[in-house]
Design a protein. Structure first.
Lengths: 131, 131
């Protein structure tokens, strides 16, 4: 059975991102968080997210599938957005693209301690090639 | 709590792939399986896997993280292998690369009915660029 509280905690984290409520980020993300093995810490994690929103002005996180098995959460996120310039090394230049991210989280003491994320770059490449 | 039976079923599926035991694949994969929304069916799914092993002779699936929340399984797979030629459109040409796949499965009646997979193409590109 899913831990509905962990699912709820995760959904509130995603809401926080979509509100760009950066002062609240520390309620959901640990001070020593690692992202894809990089020891970003909370400040570096926030910088990454702020940069994402700067580069993708209409960025919005949609949870397509949520799999909870404490202390882990796995989430398939869907994005429909228009990165302003280069994204993942691809010249998107304001085109609307749709892509997913499959991402795992390890929680510790109620906060995200580790993240292992893969964005579907090949899907964006295919959309740009078909332009 | 994880459904240990579903976790066990999934681990037996991965063992089946690593043995390349294709006659047994139908014990784990539904006849009408879809992969990234493509209605491959069991025969098409087997073809995809056989092609993978042909193009990557030392292919081996390592489960790095398993998140079970019936009827869903999310798995982070690690590969250390040497694709013989082009892989994901990249000219790997026998170089040893290490990369991950974050993949979700929906089970139905004890078998994999849907798969949503993303392979970390950017990680392979970075390794080839650093060659």
């Amino acid at each position: 059975m899913p831990d509905t509280d962990l699912a709820g905690t995760y959904r509130r984290y995603i809401d926080c991102l979509n509100r760009q409520d950066w002062p609240a980020l520390g309620q959901f993300v640990a001070d020593d968080v690692k992202h894809n093995s990089r020891p970003f810490g909370l400040a570096g994690y926030r910088e990454m997210l702020e940069r994402d929103f700067r580069e993708i002005p209409d960025l919005y996180f949609n949870i397509e599938l949520l799999v909870c098995d404490p202390p882990h959460v796995a989430s398939r996120l869907r994005f429909n957005c228009a990165p302003a310039g280069t994204f993942l090394g691809l010249r998107v230049n304001g085109r609307k693209v749709s892509f997913t991210e499959n991402v795992f989280y390890a929680y510790h003491a109620g906060k995200i301690a580790q993240v292992w994320s893969i964005v579907d770059k090949a899907a964006i490449e295919a959309q740009l090639a078909g332009a």
